[in-house]
Design a protein around this ligand. Structure first.
Ligand code: 28G
Length: 645
């Protein structure tokens, strides 16, 4: 048995059956998608999440308070933390250093492959070997035990043993640095990291881990860097969600409770809007599909607010209880739980299954919320009033809905503007939602009517952020969309009734096109999220340029492709380049060839993440406040131009 207490720890950890079988890295190289989801841009970024999560685990253990991430011009990434440093001592059982065992053995099943899920806090180093296997090279620098240690790997293979570089200077501190170069033979699509994707994720991590500092530097572009550190943790997260909105009360409700079953943290504040933005996390993982923590929170919220309203006479005896929906209107909330053995379930494995967590969240939310309401009577009144208003509007909306029900929503009559396809098989059928009548006309002529339906949208559809459900449902363009899709809306949405399994938003590649795309996406995200979760929603990519050369036409969808194509055909000269200003500039044949023909087109599939970004973008752009809009446009100008990225 090793004398080093760290090695003893490590040994018991590795012996534990929870770690399961140790496999070689060949499995990762054979099927990268099983371990990182995909080999596209999402998988590429996953490499960074795996490494940074290990630093965050070290922070959760209480030893690290600063993480820095650097993207180098060659697209390699360096992550540094000021934790204890990965253990460097020899493990007798393997005849290797502990860090080499961590870097070269695959622990547990892949995150995306099945049973094994990573538990934040306690199992760190788990994903590092996956990153190592998928990196052309990876270098480690560890400060601990009085020295700086170094080791290099190539495609997962150590290039020599770990070695001492030098002695640590006085006061230099400890920590881990990992620099890796994603293997271009694995990430064939792209090896380029997106600053915005990295930055968004690190902001979220910083919100979820109070006082943890995360510094991101992009060496590819002068001055591009951010530092996130939130003393308020998820309280600041909620304040951030409400930044571009108008809060109906001042203080953010917050509690943090540590119990044997797990840690619970809740923060919330109501705004004057109509949507609810409740985000839930388990072990820092965004649980998009909710689960036990969310149901516990909802029950407690409905119960405590009703109890309070009754007790204070704000709700009269003869009046019905406020519904959960009434109470959650305009609510911004973050629920974060940390537990030892999280069970992730659901279609996308983002639903927390641990039933014991429901009671934990429910009991504490009941208790702390009742206390908050008693201690903040004027805020409590504002909150209850907001819910009462929502209840009244909901009753009015129900009446409207009942009257229009026969006319539009639930009727079998399809909207007049819809050019439907002949196929009645949803699996084969596609609905193109097209901006403008003239582009709609071209699309109708250019399509394959066997399986492609066209729905032209006139002008700007309703601003869903500002309008309540009542108005949203009586808007003609929205109604056309709802009845064409055929699966209902909101609570009565039923995915199985969707008439198309592909819903393609087709708009110009300009500012107006972006606007309409964002509007439609936001509408779908808020009223038919199941459609996005099921992967039914796509964005069409019309070309940006036409290149005419020797009587042949080439269509390209971005500047990079333009450059590439020009380089390819440059030799023979006499090239004509046209910029497409809009869909309507293409004739039906061109539209079919470039954007609609399944043989040639590239569709972008909308994910819940990208829809959430659209939602955020939308709120900032459309909300009532000017300052956040200006700020958002400044910070996200690139993104606003290309929300598809
Ligand atoms: C910079 C990029 C990513 C890390 C640590 C620190 C320890 C550690 C990492 O131990 C083995 C298994 C469970 C204990 C733990 C150091 C205890 C004592 C560590 C990182 C031993 C892994 N001293 N910092 N792993 N554990 N940072 N940053 O990867 O039982 S990984």
């Amino acid at each position: 048995m090793a004398a080093d207490p760290i090695l003893q720890n490590a040994k018991s950890a590795y012996d534990a059956s929870s770690i399961q079988v140790l496999e070689g890295l060949e499995a990762v190289k054979r099927r990268p998608g099983m371990y990182i989801g995909s080999t596209g841009p999402r998988g590429l970024h996953h490499l960074v999440w795996e490494i940074v999560d290990n630093s965050i685990d070290e922070a959760l253990a209480g030893y690290c308070d600063r993480i820095s991430v650097r993207v180098h011009p060659d697209n390699s990434v360096t992550v540094t933390d000021d934790g204890r440093g990965m253990p460097v001592g020899k493990m007798e059982k393997y005849d290797k250093s502990a860090v080499e065992v961590i870097m070269t053995t695959l622990h547990a099943g892949g995150k995306f492959g099945g049973q094994g899920y990573k538990v934040s806090g306690g199992l760190h180093g788990v994903g590092a070997s996956v990153v190592n296997a998928l990196s052309e090279w990876l270098e480690l620098e560890i400060k601990r035990d009085g020295h700086v240690w170094f080791q290099r790997y190539e495609r997962g293979f150590p290039q020599g043993e770990i070695e001492k570089l030098r002695k640590l200077k006085k006061g230099e501190g400890t920590g881990t640095t990992i620099r890796f170069m994603p293997d271009p033979e694995v990430f064939t699509e792209t090896v380029e990291f997106s600053f915005d994707t990295l930055s968004r994720r690190f902001r979220e991590s910083a919100f979820l881990n109070k006082s943890l500092e995360i510094h991101l530097v992009d060496e590819r572009e002068e001055g591009r860097e951010v530092t996130y550190r939130y003393e308020g943790g998820i309280r600041d997260f909620v304040a951030h969600i409400n930044e571009s909105k108008d809060p109906v009360h001042k203080s953010v409700f917050y509690f943090h409770r540590e119990e044997d079953a797990g840690d619970v943290e809740v923060a919330m504040q109501w705004n004057s809007g109509f949507q609810d933005s409740v985000f839930t996390f388990a072990n820092n993982i965004n649980t998009h599909e909710g689960g036990a923590h969310l149901s516990g929170f909802r029950s407690a919220l409905t119960r405590t607010i009703n109890d309070y309203a009754r007790q204070k006479g704000l709700l009269k005896e003869k009046e019905d209880n406020l519904t959960g929906d009434d109470i959650r209107e305009g609510l911004a909330a973050v629920i974060s739980v940390k537990l030892v053995d999280p069970q992730f379930e659901g279609q996308t494995k983002t639903k927390l299954g641990n039933t014991e967590i429901k009671g934990l969240v429910e009991t504490n939310t009941n208790r702390y919320l009742a206390e908050f309401l008693e201690e903040h009577p004027s805020e409590a009144k504002a909150i209850v009033n907001k819910a009462l208003q929502a209840a009244r509007a909901r009753q009015a909306a129900r009446k409207v809905r009942d009257t229009i029900r026969k006319g539009y929503l639930e009727s079998t009559t399809l909207p007049g503007k819809l050019a439907d396809c002949s196929s009645k098989d949803p699996a084969r059928s596609e609905l193109y939602i097209v901006e403008g009548d003239s582009a709609g006309g071209s699309a109708k002529q250019g399509r394959d009517r066997n399986f492609q339906a066209i729905l032209p949208l006139r002008g700007k559809i309703l601003n869903v952020e500002k309008a309540n459900m009542n108005k949203v449902l009586s808007n003609a363009e929205i109604q056309a969309m709802i009845s064409a899709i055929g699966a209902g809306v909101g609570d009565s949405f039923n995915l199985a009734d969707a008439r198309y399994n592909k819903i393609v938003i087709m708009a110009d590649a300009d500012v107006d096109g972006n606007h309409i795309r964002t509007l439609v996406l936001t509408f779908l995200y808020r009223n038919m999220p199941e459609l996005i979760e099921a992967g039914y929603v796509y964005i069409a990519q019309p070309p940006l340029y036409r290149i005419r050369h020797n009587r042949r036409d080439y269509y390209v969808k971005n500047d990079a492709e333009l450059q590439e194509t020009l380089n390819r055909i440059r030799a023979s000269g006499n090239v004509e380049v046209n910029r497409f200003k809009g869909l309507s500039e293409m004739n039906p044949q061109q539209l079919w060839d470039t954007t609609m023909n399944p043989q040639n087109r590239t569709l972008l599939q909308v994910t819940i993440d990208s829809a959430a970004v659209a939602d955020e973008l939308f709120t900032a752009l459309m909300g009532d406040k000017v300052e956040p809009r200006r700020k958002f446009i400044e910070e996200n100008a690139r993104e606003a131009k290309n929300i598809d990225a």
